[in-house]
Ligand binder design. Structure first.
Ligand SMILES: [Mg+2]
Length: 148
């Protein structure tokens, strides 16, 4: 099964790096979407089905924490896993996003393998039921497809 992924970051370069990392991870990608802040990300979520969000925290207009708050307020969107990828590393901020319901956390600068590890873990937890219902019985990631 393929997953629709949304990457949210105000840095074009960082979005490109994350996209490359995800494409190399072996996770099957359906649509790959990008947004430069939380507000733009919410607009994309209203328009199309996204399976997992990889989001920065510090962004203009709407940052990642406010974005997560909005997602969790919405009856339809609240179950979409949001993984943060950020330079923010204070324990207070980490505790805050975990209490708000973040699905995972990766610190920048990151190793590609770390993104893959967290992404696969989150997808396996979030979509085990759906994968079982579809009867594929297959893991979302084929190990041999990883380039790491
Ligand atoms: Mg940023």
């Amino acid at each position: 099964m393929a997953f629709n992924i949304l990457v949210v970051d105000d840095s074009d370069t960082m979005r490109a790096v994350i996209k490359k990392t995800v494409l190399m991870s072996g996770v099957q990608i359906g649509e790959f979407c990008e947004a430069c802040n939380g507000k733009a990300a919410l607009e994309i979520l209203e328009e199309m089905w996204i399976d997992v969000v990889l989001s920065d925290i510090n962004m203009p207009v709407m940052g990642g924490v406010d974005f997560l708050r909005e997602v969790k307020k919405d009856a339809v969107l609240k179950n979409i896993p949001v993984i943060f990828i950020s330079t923010e590393s204070s324990q207070a901020r980490m505790d805050e996003v975990v209490s708000l319901g973040a699905a995972g956390y990766v610190k920048k600068p990151f190793m590609p393998a770390k993104i893959r590890e967290v992404l696969v873990d989150v997808l396996n937890k979030a979509y085990a039921t759906r994968m079982a219902e579809e009867g594929s019985g297959a893991a979302p990631v084929a190990e041999e497809q990883s380039d790491f």
